[in-house]
Structure formats: C-alpha cells, structure tokens
Design a protein around this ligand. Structure first.
Ligand code: FE2
Length: 192
C-alpha cells in the first residue's frame, strides 16, 4: 500500500482484537440481553467479528472510507465456505453496513451492532492510541475532533447516550482548550 509502518500497526490482530473487536463482541452480548433480547445474536456476533475486515481487505489507500462495503464483500466471500445460508449472510452484511455513519440501521441486529461498535470506541483506549499511529499531533487532533462527534452520533440507545455524554463534553472541552492555547506564545519563549 505504500503506507508508513506506523499506519499499519493499529490493524495488527494483537492490537486490534483486544482493543476493539473483542470489546465490540462483549458489548453485543451485553446489549443483546439489555436492549434487544429478541434480536438474532448469531447475526450480530458474526457482524461484530467481521465489521472492520474492510480496513484490511482490498484496501488500497490510507483513507479507510468505504471499509464497511469491503467488509461486506469479505463476508460474502468467506461465510459461504462455512455453509451459512444466503439469508443469514445478507443479514450479517446489513448489520455491518449500519456501522457506517451514513447508513441508518433498519432492524434490531443493525442497531445492536452499530451501538456496540461505537460504544467500544468510546470506552476503550482506541482513540488515544490513534495519536501514536498518526503522522503528527495536529493530524490526530483534527481526526479526534471529528471522530468523537461521528461516533457519539452513531449511538441510538438512550442509556448509552446518557452514560457517555459527560465524557464527550469533557473531550470537547479538552480540544477547545488545546485549540485556544496552541497559537499562544509560551510564557517561556522570551526567556529562551
Ligand atoms: Fe469498528
């Protein structure tokens, strides 16, 4: 892909599974019990497991846009090998595509997976670790500013929104403080 090495590291399974996928799967099991007990847990778990496969599968650019569609493409390639029905595979793909900010969920499994994915990002070290995987701090803060809003907006379950709102407000305050202060001269500048 011609990307610098640090750009790849967050996609290594040793990092990505414990810091995102495993958490998303735990969330799916938890939210299934708490919020969507009548939804199909198997569909949601397959979707949770494979929803970010497109961050690697057929990726040709640094920009990850469209990875949800590539994840679905991978699911349609992989799951028939395990004898799963086309209806089941279609449902997994629908749930995966609902993790895209621009696709509103249309069924309970989609709502479940979308919330589990977004919540995983907000409760884990994932976003902070991205600063290490970014080119520089300005690039990271620009990315983080947009990402906390788009991730927060993906949540649809009122209990989760209430829980994370103070954290989101705190992030916004931190970013505002940084932006306010970054252009100021340091008080030490004159004495150096
Ligand atoms: Fe994800």
């Amino acid at each position: 892909m011609g990307l610098p090495k640090f750009k790849y590291y967050y996609l290594h399974r040793e990092w990505f599974f414990p810091n995102h996928i495993d958490i998303a799967l735990e969330n799916i099991k938890d939210f299934h019990k708490r919020f969507y007990p009548k939804s199909d847990l198997s569909i949601s778990l397959y979707a949770g497991l494979l929803h970010d496969a497109g961050l690697v599968y057929k990726r040709t650019e640094s920009d990850s846009t469209g990875h949800e569609n590539r994840s679905s493409e991978y699911v349609r390639y992989l799951l028939p090998k395990f004898g799963l029905s086309i209806n089941f595979i279609n449902s997994v793909c629908i749930a995966i595509e609902s993790t895209d900010s621009n696709s509103m969920p249309t069924n309970e499994e989609s709502f479940l997976v979308r919330n589990a994915d977004a919540y995983s990002h907000l409760i884990s070290i994932h976003f902070f670790a991205k600063s290490y995987f970014a080119e520089d701090i300005e690039t990271f803060i620009d990315w983080f500013t947009k990402k906390i809003e788009s991730t927060f907006n993906k949540l649809t379950i009122p209990d989760l929104i209430t829980e994370v709102t103070p954290m989101i407000e705190s992030y916004r305050r931190m970013i505002n403080l940084y932006n306010k202060n970054k252009s100021r001269s340091s008080v030490f500048n004159n004495s150096l």
